[in-house]
Design a protein around this ligand. Structure first.
Ligand SMILES: Cc1cc2nc3c(=O)[nH]c(=O)nc-3n(C[C@H](O)[C@H](O)[C@H](O)COP(=O)(O)OP(=O)(O)OC[C@H]3O[C@@H](n4cnc5c(N)ncnc54)[C@H](O)[C@@H]3O)c2cc1C
Length: 309
């Protein structure tokens, strides 16, 4: 294949072939990436995307893999793992704090930095795995707060290769939705606005958010909530009322602790998880007439063809 030999010649240190993605997703499912690239700088990312554009090679962005489902047959083209883009810079002016972070930085690292420096704003992110880029693509959040609320601007590489700083006003953020995710642009960094505060109050808030997660499964392979909450209701409650807890398919099971979580008990496949998603959705429609939209994102055209969001 032409693009692979060009990649070998021009971009060698950045990639590997046929790397299994189950190790890079929190659900622990997914076949091999035809090619897995690990950019370390903004420039690497620009070169990779220019390469994909010129060769017509499909590409997929993967952060912490905590909100995605990858096909069992793997992903064609280039899967771009963003974890190497993890620089963080900040400026404190009086009580105001502006943080610029690259998109592969873990939310947990940003929260840790906030705790150490006494910055308030990110406490809701306690317990949310994954990277800043993934969180921006889906507007991650908890208890009515979300990342979009803190954004001043987001740096993206557009389809045409142009690098742009999108201001907050140019981006739509709503409950688990971001227009950046819809567009599929590559997010390379973001400017967040936080505030100086009292470190012990920040730590107290973090403890509060963590304690509210006690009803969720821990120490097992999941991708967080599978479905979004429908307006005015809770997906977990609707799933529970429809008798979904404990439903199984192969090694995938709907958590007995929280019906909106699917657990991989060891060797589940993406196919198992897709069929559980389908069964849960059908039960909820039959029981309450509500069609649940998925929060989890599907990478790969074959999956998109199988399951509508
Ligand atoms: C135990 C557990 C608890 C969770 N709790 C919550 C919660 O409370 N609230 C919540 O909102 N979510 C929660 N999640 C889901 C998940 O952690 C978040 O959605 C997280 O923000 C996803 O980030 P990620 O880096 O893992 O993204 P990934 O799963 O790697 O990717 C998610 C999507 O973002 C895209 N993407 C990733 N990086 C980029 C980039 N740089 N540019 C453009 N697109 C990109 C991917 O292509 C994909 O479409 C939970 C997950 C787990 C496992």
């Amino acid at each position: 294949m032409r693009w692979r030999s060009r990649l070998n010649r021009e971009l060698k240190p950045l990639f590997s072939f046929r790397t299994y993605l189950n190790d890079l997703t929190t659900l622990g499912v997914g076949g091999p990436a035809e090619c897995l690239a690990r950019p370390l700088t903004q420039r690497d990312m620009e070169i990779l995307l220019a390469f994909c554009r010129e060769e017509g090679t499909p590409f997929w962005l993967l952060g912490g893999g905590s909100n995605v489902l990858v096909p069992d047959e793997g992903l064609p083209g280039i899967t771009i793992l963003t974890s190497g883009l993890n620089g963080v810079f900040w400026e404190e002016t009086g009580d105001a704090v502006t943080v610029y972070s690259e998109s592969g930085t873990l939310l947990a690292s940003l929260l840790g930095l906030s705790l150490r420096r006494g910055w308030t704003g990110l406490e809701f992110a306690a317990g949310i795995p994954g990277t800043l880029g993934g969180a921006l693509a889906g507007n991650a959040g908890a208890e009515g707060l979300s990342l979009g609320d803190l954004v001043r601007s987001v740096k993206v590489i557009q389809d045409d290769g142009n690098v742009r700083d999108r201001s907050r006003g140019e981006i739509d953020f709503s409950y688990r939705f971001s227009s950046l995710g819809l567009e599929g642009v590559a997010i390379t960094g973001c400017r967040l606005v936080l505030k100086k505060s009292n470190p012990s109050e920040i730590a107290e808030k973090v403890r509060g958010f963590l304690s509210n997660r006690k009803g969720q499964p821990r120490g097992v392979k999941t991708a967080g909530c599978i479905f979004k909450n429908p307006e005015g209701s809770s997906a977990g409650k609707l799933l529970d009322e429809a008798g979904c807890k404990g439903l199984e398919c192969g090694n995938a099971v709907v958590s007995m602790k929280h019906a909106n979580f699917i657990e991989n008990r060891g060797s589940a496949s993406t196919k198992d998880i897709l069929s559980l998603i389908d069964r849960c959705r059908t039960r909820v429609v039959q029981n309450s007439g509500v069609y649940l939209a998925t929060e989890i994102r599907f990478l790969g055209n074959s999956l998109n063809a199988k399951i509508p969001n």
